[in-house]
Design a protein around this ligand. Structure first.
Ligand code: R5P
Length: 293
C-alpha cells in the first residue's frame, strides 16, 4: 500500500505512519494561467493507493486530485481510495433557493467516477441519510465523537457539552455519553454567511459546569462566537471550543476570542495550529476495511 498525499499536508504522513506504509507527496505545479500539472513521484504498479487529500478549498484542490486519481489508475494502481479527512460541499445538500445546484450530490457523482472507495471524517450529513445516499462507491464516515470525548475528559473538569444548533444533537449527545457528561443544544438561526443568531434553549443550565461547545465545522467562527456570547449572557463560564474541521477564515479565531471563548481546539483533518485531536488512527482503521493487509 502507498499513501500519496496532498503536498505539505500533515494528514497524509500521519496516515501512512498509522498504516505503516510508504508515503509520497503528490507533485502539484500551478502554471501562471491557473492550470495545474500533477505528477505521481513513485511506482504504483500493482499497488493499492490511498490518495490523502483534504478537500477544504475544493475549487482549487478538487481538479488536481481528480487528475491524480486518473493518473494513478493509468500508471497501474490496483485500488485507488480517497482519504479526504474533510469532505467539501456537504452543506449544500438541498435547493435552498429556486435554481440552486445541490452541490453535495454533484460533487459526489464526480468523486464516485474517479475513486474506488472513500473514507472521510464527520461529513456534514444533515439532510442526506448517509454517504451512500449520494456516493455510489463504498464509503466510510469516521466518527470524531470518541477522540473528542477522550480529549474533553483529559482536559476539562466538570464539562457540559453544548451543541450550537438543533442539528448537532445526535453527535453532541454521543460525545456527552462517551465523556459521561451532561449536554444541551442551543437554537440557531442563520440569515447569511455572517449573520448568525444563537440562543440558549435551557435557560437553567446546571451551575458550576464548564461549557464545551462542540461543532463539526468552524468556518467564519460566527456560530461559535454567537453561542459563546449567549452562554456568557446566560451566566456560564467562558467556554472551551472543540471543532472537528478548522475551516477558519482569517478572522475566525479573533471572532471567537473576542466573544469570550477560553480555548479553541480542533481535530487534525485540516492543518491548523489549533489541531489537538488526532483522527489519522481512526481513518487508517477505516482504510484497512477497504484495503486489508
Ligand atoms: C452548520 O450547520 C455547521 O454545523 C456549522 O455550525 C457552520 O458551518 C459553522 O459556520 P461558521 O463558523 O461560518 O458560523
Amino acid at each position: 500500500m502507498i499513501v500519496v498525499g496532498w503536498p505539505g499536508a500533515a494528514f497524509g504522513r500521519a496516515l501512512s505512519a498509522n498504516l505503516a506504509c510508504t508515503y509520497a507527496d503528490l507533485d502539484v505545479h500551478r502554471f501562471p494561467d491557473g492550470e495545474s500539472r500533477v505528477r505521481i513521484d513513485c511506482d504504483v504498479r500493482g499497488s493499492d493507493v490511498v490518495m490523502a487529500a483534504g478537500l477544504d478549498r475544493p475549487d482549487t484542490r478538487a481538479l488536481p486530485v481528480l487528475f491524480a486519481a486518473d493518473a494513478l489508475r493509468e500508471l497501474g494502481a490496483r485500488h485507488v481510495c480517497l482519504a479526504a479527512p474533510y469532505l467539501a460541499y456537504m452543506r449544500q445538500d438541498a435547493r435552498f433557493a429556486p435554481g440552486e445546484a445541490i452541490s453535495s450530490r454533484s460533487f459526489a457523482r464526480i468523486l464516485s467516477a474517479f475513486f474506488d472507495s472513500l473514507v472521510t471524517v464527520e461529513p456534514h450529513l444533515h439532510r442526506w441519510a448517509g454517504l451512500d445516499a449520494i456516493y455510489s462507491i463504498p464509503s466510510r464516515a469516521v466518527a470524531a465523537a470518541g477522540p473528542i470525548a477522550e480529549w474533553v475528559c483529559a482536559n476539562v473538569e466538570s464539562p457540559i457539552i453544548v451543541g450550537p444548533d438543533a442539528e448537532s444533537e445526535p453527535w453532541v449527545a454521543e460525545v456527552a455519553r462517551l465523556a459521561r457528561a451532561p449536554h444541551t443544544v442551543m437554537a440557531k438561526r442563520r440569515a447569511g454567511d455572517h449573520e448568525v443568531g444563537v440562543q440558549l434553549r435551557d435557560t437553567a443550565l446546571p451551575p458550576g459546569l464548564s461549557p464545551v461547545i462542540v461543532d463539526d465545522i468552524v468556518s467564519t467562527g460566527n456560530t461559535i462566537a454567537a453561542a459563546t456570547r449567549a452562554l456568557r449572557e446566560g451566566g456560564c463560564a467562558a467556554p472551551v471550543v472543540v471543532g472537528v474541521h478548522a475551516l477558519f477564515d482569517d478572522a475566525a479565531l479573533a471572532r471567537m476570542a473576542q466573544a469570550g471563548a477560553r480555548r479553541v481546539v480542533t481535530c487534525d483533518t485540516i492543518d491548523d495550529p489549533t489541531n489537538a485531536i488526532p483522527l489519522a488512527p481512526a481513518v487508517a482503521r477505516a482504510v484497512r476495511e477497504f484495503i486489508p493487509t
